[in-house]
Each structure stands twice: as structure tokens, then as C-alpha cells.
Design a protein around this ligand. Sequence first.
Ligand SMILES: O=C[C@H](O)[C@H](O)[C@H](O)COP(=O)(O)O
Length: 236
Amino acid sequence: MSAPDLKRAAAERAIPLVEDGMRLGIGTGSTAAAFIALLGERVRAGLSVTGVPTSEATRLACEREGIPLATLEELPELDLTIDGADEVDGNLRLIKGGGAALLREKIVAVASRRMVVIADAGKRVETLGAFPLPVEVNLFGIGATLRAVEAAVAQSGCAGEIVRRHDASGATLLTDGGHAILDLRLGRIPDPEALSARLWAVPGVVEHGLFLGIADAAILAAADGEAAAVSVLGRL
Ligand SMILES: O=C[C@H](O)[C@H](O)[C@H](O)COP(=O)(O)O
């Protein structure tokens, strides 16, 4: 079973969680894209939802599917957010932001009564950190911010290389909010809460990709022969 099939299997399990009339946060990335395609089918079949997209890419994908949208300003409280993740640990702590959407994703998830992650089971880890941790930073003073982030990393018991993310043309990648991304290649993050607090204390850090105490459940799809075995971490 291919990775896209597993993403679709996780997305399929999330679809029944969407009830008529819901205000729905809609995530970003390839797994969220599988969910958006399925949600579009449901909407065309008569389901009534209003979505709040977590990125411009997701907004465009939802518009193509005919999913009604609103902004978080119009709908500041959401019922449910469905989103992907780059890593999930056993305590439903996440790394997100591989697609540079972490700031809007976190704002939307925190505005939701529930957040459910959809992912292939390869995202499940014992310790966060093999995936580089994205940190969104203001462009002003980015060199000084990088040094302060290095110090924050060291003070929280981590070590590793910090790399500014570039786009395909080699320019500094800019997020939907016009910020840059620093990717922290740490290998492992023994104390995510400590690192989170240290990063938030750095002026210039807009947000980081550690989602701690935000997700309520994770739907994980693993290959089981020709089929997908879907398991749930937490409570749906
Ligand atoms: O910024 C992007 C998001 O956090 C994505 O949800 C995350 O990178 C997972 O993406 P994918 O489903 O493509 O693995």
C-alpha cells in the first residue's frame, strides 16, 4: 500500500467526525489534501460545513472543491480541526510545519474545541525531533534571532544544526505571513516543553512547530498487506 493510500485511509476515518453544521479548521499538507478531496465529495452530496483554512494552499484547494469558507475573524470558535503532522509521540505531542503552515495551523487548532491529527503511521515516534523542528521567525534581525535560537536550543538540552529554509529558486522561503523558517535539526528533543518555553522567549520568534497539549487524537494508518490498518491514539 502506497503512502498516498495510507494518507487517504487516515482521512477517510476522519470524515465521519465531521457533522452537519460544523465550523471546521482545515489543515495543510498532503494528508490534509486527501481529507479536503473527501470533504468536497461530502459537501457536494449535501453536507453543510464552514471551513477555516490553515494556509493559502488549503484555501485554494477548498475553493476548488466547493467547500464554503470563512475567516477566523468571522468564526473565532471552531468545533473541530483536522490536520496532518510531521511527527506524533505517544502523548499526542506533535511536530508540524514541514509545509511552512505552522503559525496559521496552530492558531486554528487552538481556536478549535477539538483537534484530530491524520497521518500515516510512519509519523508516530517515541521521541520527537528526528524531523527538523520548524521555527517561524520575523525577517528583521534574522541573524541575531538565529543566534538566540541556538542559545535556546542549548539551554534546553538539545544540540544540532539550524538551517534557514529556502524555496525552489534558492531564495529565503516566506510563509503565508511573510516570515522565514529556521529548521532545527536536533535529532531528538528530550524535553519538548522546555524547548518550547525557551523558543517563545526569543524576540523574533513568531511561533514554533511543537504542538503541545493541543491535539486530542491521532488517526494513524499503517500498511497491513494490501489493506490499511487504522489505529487511533487518544479519543475521537
Ligand atoms: O506546514 C505543514 C503542516 O504542518 C503539515 O500538516 C505537515 O507538514 C504534514 O504534512 P503531510 O501530510 O504532507 O506529511
